[in-house]
Design a protein around this ligand. Sequence first.
Ligand SMILES: Cc1ncc(C[n+]2csc(CCOP(=O)(O)OP(=O)(O)O)c2C)c(N)n1
Length: 663
Amino acid sequence: MTAREQHDRMANAIRFLSMDAVEKANSGHPGLPMGCADIATVLFSRFLKFDAKAPHWADRDRFILSAGHGSMLLYSLLYLTGYEDMTIDQIKNFRQLGSKTAGHPEYGHAAGIETTTGPLGQGLANSVGFALGERIMNAAFGNDLVNHYTYVLAGDGCLMEGVSHEAIALAGHLKLNKLIVFWDNNNISIDGPVSLADNTDQVARFQACGWNASHIDGTDPEAIAYAIEAARHSDKPTMIACKTTIGFGAPTKAGTNKAHGSPLGAEEIAGARKFFNWDSPPFEIPADILDAWRAIGKGGVKARADWEGRLANAEPKLKAEFERRLSGKLPSNFDAVIADYKKKLSTDKPKVATRKSSEMALEVINGAVPETIGGSADLTGSNNTKTSQTKNITPDDYGQRYVHYGIREHGMAAAINGLTLHGGLIAYGGTFLCFSDYARPSMRLASLMGIRSIFVMTHDSIGLGEDGPTHQPVEHLAALRAIPNHNVFRPADAVETAECWQIALESEKTPSTLALTRQNLPTVRTEHSAKNLSSQGAYELAAASGEAAVTIFATGSEVEIALGARDLLEKHGHPTRVVSVPCFELFDQQSEDYRKKTIGNAKIKVAIEAGIRQGWDHLIGTDGIFIGMHGFGASGTIEQLYPHFGITADAAAKAVEARLHGK
Ligand SMILES: Cc1ncc(C[n+]2csc(CCOP(=O)(O)OP(=O)(O)O)c2C)c(N)n1
């Protein structure tokens, strides 16, 4: 058999596993794997550094299928190369409940799936974080331990999504030359030809963003190999525009949108079997071809063993630090550092905005945790995300710890996910809470994947003042709380802010958003507690003088208002307690006993939060009093806005008294 024949048969193994799995599932996308099988075969057989039996090897090359609808391409590759998670039964159970072969690749389902893709553009945008993570880790640990490529397969959809532009501009700016993107340039998307909606010269676009980019025939193994080889020696990121045919080999559906999102049908598959001269039944791969693929799966064994040798011989401190960072565990003195810092805060009682408290906490954290990588989407001075330890990462110096993401909230959040998924790093990035909307698709995926991405969202209410309603978040806390597995923190003072940061860093499987104020707030936690009270989600901050008639729940800046309302009510003879609620999600995870005790039996329950009511009824009941926002904010000073919207201690006390007096 010639080398070309061997290549073709190996590529056809991907094609038939994909066609047959989609057919059996009666759902899925056969077109992409059929069109891109040559690209994948060349990449995996000749370039990708990996060992299928050690899928978590830290220095493996990463392969990201950004066009997640073509998931069968990835699943086929994982099966063929011998990843233990990916058995032939998993392939047969494509898209069935409980299988590892979900409709779109899901991080954590099977080793070898580096990130969850499906929402188009995300994988490409994640890859910027992966490639940057590689450079950062390389700068910290050297070529011997960290030296790998990030390969991405993206479709027309990924390139049409807006996030792609943020991602490629950032990658070009940072000169991430070990990032190599294949564009499946097949001219087809779901509605039909791409020309229905797009005529962008993608090669020119990537070039304009500082990439190498060129066109190749994506079905010619030598052209593919030549392009990859050139990309690996480039000083810029590379985009290879691969001309392919969607559903290649399907007699009538190839090259049309009919090969995109549904099974090909028995007749079409029979035609493809003829076309490729493939006579194996579904899910059976000829032994010589499976052997050849399995050999590729073992191709990286020596490279991995050599790497393990280098790690074993590395300077012991460096080795220990490398291993600690990759394990995701914080330095052993971390808790003590935070405890000391909290003690100091309760004594100093600073009156600062929680965005400033966050910066103060980060100054301590970044000093103790060298793997944090900060950043902001062009609001560094407002988000207070930069500390003395975090100097700018530039193309000339990846050994630093701060990313100026530019005005690219979505690209930033996706890159943060990529940095996190790369391993060895804890990434956080900031913008205004209102613009979490721009980052939300990636924030949601962080939650779905269960990873430790951290989002610093300042200017968290009308308290930001004159910028007005375009910048004043109203529904954002509720909207973020609606995402499963996402801790939304709204700390009330510097102590709670330190506690929330501690929890965010310790939550290895849950992303966090910290909602922080622009305006100054007093320290309300004036008595030191060794315990992290915020970890309970809600706790009694001020007890009532007698049996409580009123409980006021509040978060963030409104805790001060709640304490003011308590003073007024107590003066008027109504025993009132205040419960601070820094995190709904953590409160919901407490024991029923604790929740009952914390919510309490006071006749009147009040919530104060400068956002919408949604979500509060589970604490105050539908008959509780809500002091907050009922629509958009307004432009004015903070001193005007809180009274204007009725969010004051006086208004809260009056509402309670009206209720007490039966009005
Ligand atoms: C953000 C997002 N929007 C829409 C979709 C639905 N969708 C899945 S594939 C696809 C078309 C993608 O076209 P292309 O990238 O050219 O893939 P091909 O048809 O060539 O496989 C669309 C619109 C999605 N998965 N993600």
